[in-house]
Ligand binder design. Sequence first.
Ligand SMILES: Cc1cc2nc3c(=O)[nH]c(=O)nc-3n(C[C@H](O)[C@H](O)[C@H](O)COP(=O)(O)OP(=O)(O)OC[C@H]3O[C@@H](n4cnc5c(N)ncnc54)[C@H](O)[C@@H]3O)c2cc1C
Length: 393
Amino acid sequence: MNGIVILGAGYAGLAAALELDRHGIPFTLVNREPYHTFKTLLHEVAGARHDPHTYALSLEDLFRNQTSRVLVAEVKGLRLSDKLVETHRGPVGYESLIIALGSRTSTFGLPGIADYTFRLDSLRSAMELHHHLERELELYEQSGDPVHLRVLIAGGGLTGVELMGEWADWLPKRLHEKGLSLKDLYLGLIHAHSEILPDVDHQLRAIAEQKLIERGVELILNERVAGAEPRAYVLASGRRIEAGTLVWTGGVEAPAFLKEAGLSVDARNRVDVDEFLAAKGFPDVYVIGDCARFTDAEGRVLPPTGQVAEQMGHHLGANLVRLANRHSPLPFQYRDHGMVASLGPRFGVAEIGRHHATGATALVLKDGSKLKYLMHLGGPVTVLKKYRQWLEI
Ligand SMILES: Cc1cc2nc3c(=O)[nH]c(=O)nc-3n(C[C@H](O)[C@H](O)[C@H](O)COP(=O)(O)OP(=O)(O)OC[C@H]3O[C@@H](n4cnc5c(N)ncnc54)[C@H](O)[C@@H]3O)c2cc1C
């Protein structure tokens, strides 16, 4: 039997693990990969900004104490009544469980989405997307068929918009490098509502939209995707749009086995948690990050973002330290530090409290938050190592 078992080494799980490690409290961290992924930067991988390996950080390098154990394994299910986690490497027992398994892209059961579209929710999927685009460019070179230069992203949230911003910058450059004309390049962003980027203020949305349009992106607004076919999206309006690259970023859901384990979940499998981030009805099971459905004092359900995940992880880690020292846990309170969306490597929009920033200033803010995060993960050595890689010094 292990003491504390943490499932998932993303923003939430890792923040909790680092807090415990700092106080010498033993835990087992279970993750399917031996590394932490900078998931909020995956669009940069798909747009070939830097070497994909620089977007991963080895878990073994992050912990100071011998009491911290990393188990690389796929979690398959939970047997809460037996206090067991089922993994592909066998069962793992626990006294306290922290579920921080994040989310994956949901297809909402729409026909063809799972078969014919790409997702952007892991390092592997980002690399696959990039390789696919390179292959499409080669096919265009060989056949001249314009479908290979047509790209459609469905979903105008943060993931879809940051990816489109990245490609609107990278694809013209890549075509130029290959000596190919831009005349057949088509970039389309499909969004079900009248404005993109629901997480930022209305004025910033308009600026982001304008920037994408200036770069030649067609914004297909107020249109719902009804399904996908090989090389085409079919819209609810009946319109069918062809493209060699179809990406789906329509929404996320937590793992289905959370519901199967008997936890109280919403339609996206997010587990209802109380003010201490414990699953309702299971005081020894905590749920944080994208897997958690936390309702704040004003009745708002917190969105699935890296910022929420990281704050939940810190808070829970600190509460477990408090409990180990026989202090009462504190209720979780989210502090919104703002949102920055990048639209390629040279432009972004940011909303920090009531302040707005656009262009390079917004990117400086994004870099500042990257720096703060790296500093927290591994201190100045990690900051230097990553920045050297990203700046290609
Ligand atoms: C392209 C993109 C851009 C984004 N930009 C932003 C942004 O600018 N700001 C922001 O706040 N948020 C952003 N987000 C959202 C943010 O990335 C997520 O909200 C955040 O990663 C959630 O953290 P988490 O710890 O809950 O889960 P994750 O970071 O997804 O971590 C989950 C971990 O669990 C592991 N895991 C999952 N299932 C299993 C299993 N069955 N067995 C073993 N291990 C498993 C995964 O490998 C992973 O390591 C972005 C997301 C994307 C995709």
